[in-house]
Design a protein around this ligand. Structure first.
Ligand code: ADP
Ligand code: ZN
Length: 515
């Protein structure tokens, strides 16, 4: 196994970098140890090196499964330019082109082979004859219907581990909450994978949520000091991207729409013009941005509420990759929620989608530091409020919520983290219903300890406790409330908790348009 010195030399020689970014060398060492690995690292964090560098030093071929044909070509071109023998296989190639790659693989002339999951069968005939050293699965969240970008072709990838049990597998993604991580490992058959989870904190992104009324006017005023700054506006519908781009052009901005209904050449052109700063603004549906490497996107607006926090965080993450201050703005409207609920209803796993949408809504409604919510959603608990979100900059009135928090958290403890929010509140308030009696909750010490607080108010408080990271919602276990590691500070170490006064909450509610 190569030591750090050798790895660093190879990094410099082939990629021109002097040192590893956080986690890269640990991940590479873990591959050489023969482990399977799950890597969760934000976009731009440097995931590619984690398998490209081992590929150079391992004896055989590294197979890279990647969902996007356009990306594949860029990656391969980049590697070839660095003197690394790489190739890709996908459905856009002729049989001759594929045959030639086939031959090169057999002749051991290729170190890295990029392939779309749909094209894997291409390798069936030669799998037995080639030496495989590593399997990398990029954008691994695509395997999970719980994630935000499910691709049916990914679900067949589970057989790779069965077929090549001794070849280390590395799954990489920029977005996966806890449950999705578990699902990725289950589906890929890598139960013992080492997990490498990079910090998701992007301090340079300011976070702001506003009610979605008069959005166009708000956008113009938002843009008034951003005359030359590149930005993306995400919209829910194709039509909105087009009307919005049109309105922006009328105001003198260079803006284009981008969505799956636009033809391939035009899309490629928009993407290229945006990267080259010929277009300032792209109004896009979610189809835009996956894998585009543009470091100076200065702002991202969500014209509509996204359907979950994973997607939202990934999309705002496209701003400020160069580390410079960048702004994000989310519009929040009742109409969006209704629309998204309809989509969720039509999806295969309605309950999970609805629960995730609920969390998104709670984020938008929140009176706690928004960054805390985002990071705790991904399992990262920060102590301090961020100072760079609209709630931190304009805090609501707080009350000492320590006793309330202690009651709620100890109730969750006593019901063994087995119930969703509604039942927790029923127990706290001493409700006399069958759920409570069936499970004998009326005998718990916490039964009825807080019936002085109204049901709705409890709901708000518990959401706030979740937003602050003391509780989390297990989406895939019927939304049971679970304690997080910092809950014990409140229960046993006397940590004080501040909760927003409920009247502040009423105010945000009113500002959101009701039907
Ligand atoms: P990801 O796949 O996580 O989005 P990439 O692998 O594309 O990220 O890397 C993002 C950028 O960071 C690329 O331009 C890459 O060349 C650069 N990069 C990666 N590792 C390093 C490193 N150790 N030192 C400097 N730059 C790096
Ligand atoms: Zn904050």
């Amino acid at each position: 196994m190569p030591d750090l010195q050798q790895l660093t030399t190879t990094l410099k020689e082939y990629f021109g970098y002097d040192s590893f970014r956080p986690l890269q060398s640990e991940i590479i060492a873990s591959i050489f140890d023969g482990n399977d690995n799950l890597v969760i690292m934000p976009t731009g964090g440097g995931k590619s090196i984690c398998y490209q560098l081992p590929a150079l030093l391992l004896p055989g071929i590294t197979l890279v499964i990647s969902p996007l044909i356009a990306l594949m070509k860029d990656q391969v071109d980049g590697l070839l330019a660095n003197g690394i023998s790489a190739a890709f296989v996908n459905s856009s190639q002729t049989t001759e082109e594929q045959q030639s790659i086939y031959q090169k693989l057999l002749d051991k002339e290729i170190k890295l082979l990029y392939i779309a999951p749909e094209s894997l069968s291409f390798l069936d005939a030669i799998f037995a004859q080639i030496e495989l050293s590593l399997i990398a699965i990029d954008e691994a969240h695509c395997i999970s219907a719980w994630g935000h970008d499910f691709r049916p072709a990914y679900t067949q990838l589970g057989y790779l581990k069965n077929r090549f049990p001794k070849i280390p597998l590395i799954a990489l993604t920029a977005t996966a909450d806890k449950a999705t991580r578990q699902d990725i490992c289950d589906q890929l058959n890598i139960p013992n994978a080492t997990h490498h989870i990079a910090s998701f904190d992007r301090k340079n992104l300011s976070l702001e949520v506003r009610p979605g009324n008069k959005r166009i006017e708000q956008i113009f005023s938002f843009l008034s000091d951003k005359t030359n700054d590149s930005g993306i506006i995400y919209c829910l519908s194709r039509k909105t991207t087009e009307t919005l781009a049109e309105k922006l052009r009328e105001q003198g901005f260079t803006a284009e729409a981008y969505h799956a209904g636009i033809n391939h050449d035009q899309r490629a052109k928009v993407q290229e013009d945006f990267i080259n700063d010929t277009i300032q603004i792209v109004c896009a549906t979610i189809a835009f941005g996956m894998g585009i490497d543009k470091s100076n996107v200065r702002w991202v607006i969500h014209y509509n509420l996204p359907k979950n926090i994973e997607g939202y965080y990934q999309e705002i993450g496209r701003a400020g990759r160069d580390g410079l201050p960048s702004s994000t703005l989310l519009f929040h409207s009742y109409a969006d929620i209704v629309q998204l609920q309809k989509f969720a209803d039509m999806s295969g796993n309605k309950e999970v989608q609805l629960a995730k949408l609920d969390r998104m809504k709670q984020y938008a409604d929140s009176l706690s530091c928004r960054r805390k919510i985002l990071l705790s959603y991904f399992g990262e608990l920060i102590e301090q409020d961020c100072g760079n979100c609209d709630v931190c900059k304009n805090p609501p009135e707080f009350i000492d919520g320590t006793i309330i928090a202690q009651k709620a958290l100890s109730c969750v403890t006593r019901i063994k983290e087995e119930e969703p929010i509604g039942t927790v509140i029923d127990v706290l308030r001493g409700a006399q219903n069958t759920t409570v009696y069936d499970k004998g909750y009326q005998n718990l010490k916490t039964y009825g300890i807080a019936n002085d607080i109204a049901w709705r108010d409890w709901q708000q408080y518990i959401i706030q406790l979740t937003n602050q990271g003391y509780l989390e919602i297990a989406f895939h276990q019927n939304n049971k409330l679970k304690l997080t590691p910092i809950a014990k500070k409140v229960l046993f170490e006397g940590e004080k908790v501040s909760l927003a006064h409920l009247k502040a909450f009423e105010k945000t509610k009113e500002s959101i348009i009701k039907p």
